[in-house]
Design a protein around this ligand. Sequence first.
Ligand SMILES: Nc1nc2c(ncn2[C@@H]2O[C@H](COP(=O)(O)OP(=O)(O)OP(=O)(O)O)[C@@H](O)[C@H]2O)c(=O)[nH]1
Length: 210
Amino acid sequence: MQAAGVSVIPVRRLWRPPRPDPPSAHFRDTGVGKSSIVWRFVEDSFDPNINPTIGASFMTKTVQYQNELHKFLIWDTAGQERFRALAPMYYRGSAAAIIVYDITKEETFATLKNWVKELRQHGPPNIVVAIAGNKCDLNDVREVMEKDAKDYADSIHAIFVETSAKNAININELFIEISRRIPSTDTNPQSSSKGFKLRRQPSVTKRSCC
Ligand SMILES: Nc1nc2c(ncn2[C@@H]2O[C@H](COP(=O)(O)OP(=O)(O)OP(=O)(O)O)[C@@H](O)[C@H]2O)c(=O)[nH]1
């Protein structure tokens, strides 16, 4: 007798644990605090156990700037190398990009310079670039000097602040400065909102970090 209609297929695992990223000298910016900055800005909260971003996440926040309402459409991109190729999808068409490094990790500052180069080559021509040196609450283990980062930011006409998402230092100031630098595109006086996605001129007014 013959068994009919039975086929044996290999059982495939539907889930496997994520493999660690291969080391990359070019883009090493996972864990610098991008999501934490966005959470602090949008929700005014901080999660010490926040998960790494997968792909990208999207959040919005509307703020009053002078007599206008500015709506921030924020794409929080993943820092892991395996998601790097997705970044252009988010910075293309953006009015501003915040590039975040961790003041306690020198290599993240090197990565930042690679992002600046990439934005210059492939990003929108007038994109406002802001550099955030995050985790300034960890001043004792700092590896990047504030002056070096500020001098670099000035040399490329970028906004510069040291931030702490954990202690809510300079987060709102960062976004306010971005608001200030983006020219209003709205010519209709009845509707005064403008939006831009995340991912140049006088220095930002800021609270001292640490
Ligand atoms: N001390 C301190 N820790 C922070 C700060 N911001 C973020 N962290 C911590 O740093 C870790 C990484 O934060 P995330 O916000 O996930 O970093 P990310 O850059 O979005 O990481 P990816 O999603 O992997 O790209 C978490 O443990 C946070 O709690 C900060 O200002 N100070």
